[in-house]
Design a protein around this ligand. Structure first.
Ligand SMILES: [Zn+2]
Length: 315
């Protein structure tokens, strides 16, 4: 049994969101060095603010200003900051209950080491020098020797010049992906330009790519079956939007292709035929580029179209 493959995988995208009046006031307030929360009907002050009462689900619009000082309610030490985290030296992730608030805000706390951090310690906001209306306008929290400020939070209209109405939040996930035993065998066979699936011992369906188990019968699969290389387009879509980092001219066709002998369709791009001539039942074969571990695309074989009844169960 060859060792299971693994490889680094990064999923990264900019997430653009519009802001509700409450979130808009909160982030615009940060730009102006003001921390706003909301007051619920039963008199609690929530920071960061939310638009709906987490208990009654009632809409909340009563904004209040809280102090930029607070108390750490709990924390964890971050030994090795990652790319784009608030600080590039080790720091604490802390929940900070700002004076006047009843809930805590998660942010970075700049401290020389974990021995310098404890629950109950007093901290204050360190503002970023350049502020744009984002949570990063709070650069971090820093230790601040003081007594809790017991004054009631003051009402605030939440109105500012040029309010922030939307933000772009970059999202990035870095992880190590392992495809497991069945897909490792599949990927290794692909390197030899062969499609190898696995047959369910119970329903006899052949899974390509194999997942190691039949989701219908709930049993492990192990019998390897070579399928293809020819297949049939079962269904398809025409792609009109050019993807970033993908050097393919639009429009092009992306299709579900049932390889001969397979019990379900896999995905692939169709080439070698005008996009508007691709059809259900079209017979195709894989086209490999040198050194590739998977087909670049599929092209027509020239065979007559497959009869609908031969693939109707594979749609
Ligand atoms: Zn099965």
């Amino acid at each position: 049994m060859p060792e299971a493959l693994k490889a680094p995988l990064t999923v990264e995208f900019p997430f653009t969101r519009s802001l509700s009046p409450v979130q808009s006031a909160f982030l615009t307030g940060l730009r102006e060095r003001i921390v706003l929360g909301v007051r619920t009907a039963d008199g609690r002050t929530l920071v960061p603010p939310v638009e709906y009462d987490p208990v009654t689900a009632e809409e909340i619009r009563d904004l209040v200003e809280v102090a930029p000082t607070g108390t750490v309610t709990t924390w964890a030490w971050n030994h090795a900051p990652r790319r784009d985290q608030p600080l590039d030296t080790p720091f604490a992730w802390a929940l900070v209950r700002l004076d006047g608030a009843d809930t805590a805000l998660l942010h970075a706390l700049d401290a020389p080491g974990p021995d310098a951090v404890h629950t109950g310690m007093r901290v204050r906001v360190r503002w970023a020098e350049e502020r744009t209306g984002a949570i990063t306008d709070i650069a971090c929290f820093e230790p601040y020797d003081s007594s809790p400020n017991e004054t009631e939070p003051a009402d605030h209209t939440g109105e500012f010049e040029n309010p922030v109405t939307g933000i772009v939040a970059p999202a990035r996930l870095d992880y190590t992906y392992s495809p497991g035993r069945a897909q490792t065998a599949y990927i290794n066979a692909l390197a030899e330009q062969r499609n190898v699936g696995e047959r369910c011992p119970s329903c006899r369906k052949v899974y390509v790519p194999p997942r190691g188990a039949c989701p219908t019968c709930g049993v492990a699969t192990s019998e390897q079956v070579e399928v293809g290389p020819h297949g049939t387009v079962t269904t398809f879509c025409i792609v009109n939007i050019k993807a970033k980092n993908l050097d393919i001219e639009v429009p092009y066709v992306y299709a579900h292709i049932a390889l001969d002998g397979a019990g379900l369709a896999l995905h692939g791009r169709i080439g070698g035929i005008p996009y508007d001539q691709v059809r259900m039942g079209l017979r195709v074969e894989p086209v490999w580029t040198r050194g590739a571990r998977y087909p670049d695309h599929y092209r027509p074989t020239g065979e007559p179209d497959a009869d609908y009844d031969t693939y109707r169960e594979l749609l």
